[in-house]
Design a protein around this ligand. Structure first.
Ligand code: PEP
Ligand code: MG
Length: 767
């Protein structure tokens, strides 16, 4: 086995080459060839599990008979390969044929090999396949060989899953000209179902995200390219001239390299060839630059490796010139399904929202800011669909089942029909819910709890009023900040806040001070941090910028004149001193505004968000200086469970039915009762009917939620007696498993004809 440094270098090379392979078959070919060489093994083979047939298929081999590839297969529990898959463990034998599970496959010619090392290829806890190395000598593989193969399989499993996903054909079956149906799993963000066509959302000048698209007019695309190349050449010449005095000619050599790459016979010729093959110009630039940069990145020579970044820079320059003249950015027509890697709140709200039937992203998680906004807008959203081959899906037909977090690409007719039926059922259920628009949230045994709305956009206010919200429990003041290209001024803010306050004139409106940082990025004030959830956010930012904080408070106070319904809420508080500083700034602003406006302004009630677990240990201290508490269960869940709310890899661990979360909520209510302070909750947990009834039973004073959830929560409350809710709570609090807790509550809902408040069951896909 090669030395450690060699192993690492070998691993890096293999992973890179596999990543660069254009198809799964080629990736596997490369893999077996390189692994056999790196491990000095006589045989290296990859078997992939065909889920439909429940068989391991020999997909690639270096060393076994080439004719066996694609032909030989083993039942899921057959042979040593089956054993590796079954046990999900390494098997390392010096004499494979003497093992009771050995199964001789004459087509492969493997009788010549004695030693066998098999490693499962696992992806997201599932066995995708098995990699096997073999050699003739009757000697087990070393421990170093084992760990080399394990590391490699762990690194390659994602690439295999991805290659599997982007292939337009089913890798196990014969190619066909019609695109085959596929489905992908993600995380349900905002519930609902949509059937429509994909529109790829790609940020400007981002090479990686340019979608594949057919050229509508090849000559036009060629001429766009030519103009873009001429423009970039001019840019480079200008740069070169500008730098004449600052850089010596050696240092400016790069510009010469760029110009040579832009020679008609160099990159432009290759891009033109792609266009002539049918691609649009932007896609052709992406393909050519990707192919070259992979090649450069694999070079042994470090200098040449670094040229990959120059090439990408050049590609970006051509792309941005093409995009500047882009007349056919696909329009967002009715029933468009927006798909992309990541879509920010600011980018989303600029789009024609009425036409967006659904949103699907490969990044992100259930309580990211964009999802919260999408939920308020009632747009079905699935996030964290990590395997979705975004760039190859432009204009593809999709079904988005945002209840289950599933996306179907090129769905079969029967599935489409079934989903159309479900859509009709949902429309009917929405009509039935309308009956709850005018009712109060009062249980059959007479217990009432106020339901508030969470706002940010004006549409939330309108829907909140329409659905009879008893006030605003959380106004996310950062949202209007996100929709501008600079910090809004005091008067600009006053007008925005006045709208919010006056629509709920006789009801409480809880305005949260600016809560930016982490995933709430302002387009004009980006905070880039390695660990942003633990970084400069919420009150930590505003106390460092008292000029921004005070302007906001002054605007809120001025907006409340004559209405007197303003409550102020402080986000991301960790320590008492932060509250004291904020109160000091608030008092100062109040005095100033009264003086300036010559009116008496009622001091707003002030509350603290319970989002950081440190607050749990300081309830008494903080209660002594504020009027109320509001639980931000989105962040509190993330910090209690140490699970990033935006990371799709750990999304399954982020769960508000976790006993630690439920018991904390219950404990908090007890504390607030003892301290005589009201406590409400404004995280997404309050808008889930299943958890909302538990929160009511705990004794929360109010629940605040997205307008899209108000009617469902109200229906649950109107149909569940408080006595039953309390019994349910007593039953689930001692339970230790989030999934069991959830299904326990679901069972109650089903038994009491409230199934329509649960996510509908997914139809059995027939693809
Ligand atoms: C929360 O954390 O629960 C909350 C309401 O705030 P946001 O989601 O805006 O961070
Ligand atoms: Mg929060």
């Amino acid at each position: 086995m090669p030395a450690m440094a060699m192993q690492l270098e070998g691993l890096r090379k293999i992973v890179q080459e596999v990543d660069a392979a254009p198809s799964l078959h080629e990736a596997l070919e490369v893999m077996v060839r390189l692994v056999a060489a790196a491990m000095e093994a006589e045989v290296c083979s990859v078997y992939l599990l065909d889920e439909r047939e429940q068989r391991f298929i020999l997909m690639a081999s270096k060393g076994l008979n080439a004719t066996a590839v694609g032909e030989v297969s083993l039942a899921k529990s057959e042979g040593l390969v089956g054993l590796v898959g079954q046990r999900e463990e390494i098997i390392n034998l010096d004499d494979a044929s003497s093992h009771p599970r050995f199964r001789y496959l004459p087509e492969t010619g493997e009788e010549r090999y004695n030693a066998f090392l098999g490693v499962p290829i696992m992806y997201r806890r599932k066995v995708m396949g098995v990699m096997v190395v073999q050699h003739h000598e009757r000697r087990a593989f070393s421990e170093a060989a084992e760990s080399f193969l394990v590391t490699l399989c762990a690194q390659l499993s994602g690439a295999i899953a991805h290659a599997h996903a982007i292939g337009t054909i089913d890798v196990f079956r014969k190619p066909s000209s019609t695109p085959s149906p596929k489905s992908f799993n993600g995380i349900p963000g905002a519930g609902g179902i949509a059937i429509g066509r994909a529109v790829v959302f790609y940020p400007p000048a981002d090479l990686d995200l340019v979608p594949d698209r057919q050229a509508e007019n090849i000559n036009e695309e060629l001429s766009h390219l030519q103009q873009a190349v001429i423009a970039v050449r001019n840019d480079i010449r200008e740069l070169d001239e500008k730098m004449q005095d600052a850089l010596v000619s050696d240092e400016r050599a790069l510009f010469g390299v760029y110009l040579r790459m832009l020679d008609d016979n160099a990159l432009p010729a290759e891009i033109s060839a792609e266009i002539r093959n049918g691609s649009w110009a932007q896609g052709a630039v992406r393909h050519v630059i990707e192919a070259h940069s992979v090649h450069f990145a694999q070079m042994e020579d470090e200098y040449l490796r670094e040229r990959a970044s120059d090439l990408r820079d050049l590609g970006r320059r051509i792309l941005s010139r093409l995009q500047a003249n882009d007349t056919h950015h696909r329009e967002i027509n009715e029933q468009s399904i927006l798909i992309g890697e990541e879509i920010t709140t600011a980018a989303l709200v600029e789009l024609p929202l009425d036409n967006i039937a659904a949103i699907v992203t490969t990044e992100g998680a259930v309580n990211s800011h964009m999802v919260i906004v999408a939920r308020a807008l009632g747009i079905p959203t699935v996030v964290g669909v990590t395997e979705l081959p975004v760039t190859s899906l432009d204009d593809a037909e999709l079904i988005v089942d945002a209840h289950q977090g599933r996306v179907y690409v090129h769905p079969v007719r029967r599935l489409r029909q079934r989903y159309r039926e479900i859509q009709r059922e949902e429309q009917q259920a929405a009509k039935d819910l309308k009956a709850y628009e005018t009712r109060d949230a009062t249980t059959p045994d007479g217990y009432s709890i106020p339901l508030y709305v969470n706002t940010g956009l004006m549409i939330d206010v309108i829907r909140g009023v329409q659905r009879n919200a008893q006030g605003v429990g959380l106004y996310r003041s950062e949202i209007p900040f996100m929709l501008r290209d600079r910090f809004p001024g005091e008067e600009e803010q006053r007008l925005i806040y006045r709208q919010q306050l006056s629509h709920f004139a006789d009801k409480p409106v809880v305005m949260r001070t600016l809560d930016i940082g982490a995933d709430k990025d302002l387009p004009y004030f980006s905070i880039k941090e390695d660990n942003s959830a633990l970084g400069w956010r919420g009150i930590r930012f505003t106390l460092d910028h008292p000029e921004i904080f005070s302007a906001q408070i002054r605007a809120m106070l001025k907006a409340s004149i004559g209405l007197n319904n303003l409550h102020i809420l402080l986000p991301m508080v960790t320590s008492l001193s932060e509250v004291e500083e904020a109160l000091y700034l608030l008092e100062r602003s109040l005095a100033e505004v009264q003086e300036e406006e010559q009116v008496k302004i009622l001091a707003p009630r002030v509350g603290v968000m319970v989002e950081v677990p440190s607050i749990l240990m300081q309830m008494e201290d903080i209660a002594s200086c504020v009027d109320f508490f509001s639980v931000g269960s989105n962040d509190l869940t993330q910090y209690l469970l140490a699970v990033d709310r935006n990371n799709p890899r750990v999304a399954s661990l982020y769960n508000h039915f976790h006993p630690a979360v439920l018991r904390t909520m219950n404990w908090l209510v007890g504390q607030c009762k003892r301290l005589g302070k009201p406590i409400s909750i404004c995280g997404e947990m309050a808008g889930d009917p299943l958890s909302a009834v538990l929160l009511m039973a705990m004794g929360f004073n109010a629940l605040s939620m997205s307008s899209s959830n108000i009617l469902k929560v109200r229906k649950a409350i109107c149909n569940i007696p408080m006595a039953d809710a309390q019994k349910l709570l007593d039953e689930i609090l001692p339970m230790d498993n989030p999934a069991v807790i959830r299904s326990w509550v679901e069972r109650y809902f089903s038994k009491h004809q409230l199934q329509d408040l649960l996510r509908p069951a997914s139809p059995k896909p027939s693809n």
